[in-house]
Design a protein around this ligand. Sequence first.
Ligand code: SAM
Ligand code: SF4
Length: 328
Amino acid sequence: MPKIDYLRISLIDKCNFRCQYCMPEGTKLDYVLNQELLTNQEILALVQDVFIPLGFTKFRLTGGEPLLRPGLVDLVRDLARLKATEDLALTTNGFLLADLAQPLMDAGLKRINISLDSLNPATFDQIIGNRGRSRWQQTWSGILAAHRVGFDPLKLNVVVIPGVNDTEVLDLAALSIERNWHIRFIEFMPIGNPELFGDKAWIDSVELRRLIRQKWGLVESNIKGNGPADVFQIPDAKGTLGFISQMSECFCDRCNRVRLSADGWLRPCLLNETGQIDLKTALRSGVDTADLQRQVGQLLLLKPEINFKERDSGTSGTYTRTMSQIGG
Ligand code: SAM
Ligand code: SF4
């Protein structure tokens, strides 16, 4: 098993998009009340006094949409200052990034992943559940701003949905040719809303690679990320192509991460709820951080068992929380 040293921190469960695969319009979600969100000070205390002493060095801020979180830039600055922070990254839908890319870079954010499921504004709006003025251009401007201020490599996340954006796989892959952009194709997970796309909602990464190989050829890349992506490259391209195949392949044995939800629950695995710890309630009731460190340390020892034995892909119907609620 790899060392578990990567914490994904959800800063908020709300979002300004309503992506069909995450929080489709019409789904009733119980949002966390503001007073139940971990504060910046609480997040910092947990990172500093619980996770870093346990050997964590990599942190990613996510949500919901993390750019909606008040005080985001201050939090990034505080986390970046911690000596043990080797990697500090953020995942965003990019809509508010044009104005925030520079302040985030100045505050010490090292890496950014932006979700972009389509290059076609109408398809993009359909996926994000937008019926007003198209939101594609502003999102694209956010991506260009991140590139301009120097986030390098820039990673773009694409969830491939059969019948919606699968015809764009080659166009999206082509973005990696001229720029050092890493395009990551993610198999859609029936998480929280398993019935959304019917029986076969995802396309196997092997099939996507076959399409790309046919057009340009494809070689394994020697640039490997921290995560579960299998990384390839179009010959002579500046960037890479990643494939995250959680449906067609079980990569639990490579999993090095745990997740902290916006309301302070520590989850050892995305796909089941076993063993969660309510760190916020513990902190607020005065449990000391040495004790929390001990509890979290024990949970980390159990993680391999939880990954392998109780993985629940959502198809059993027992799994109801969406990615935006867990902190994807
Ligand atoms: N709002 C930000 C964004 O969209 O990038 C961050 C949070 S979002 C939950 C994090 C990632 O989870 C995004 O790349 C999104 O595409 C992915 N995601 C959400 N629901 C998913 C699902 N059902 N299957 C696969 N990926 C999903
Ligand atoms: Fe919002 Fe991200 Fe979920 Fe889309 S994937 S609804 S942008 S949290």
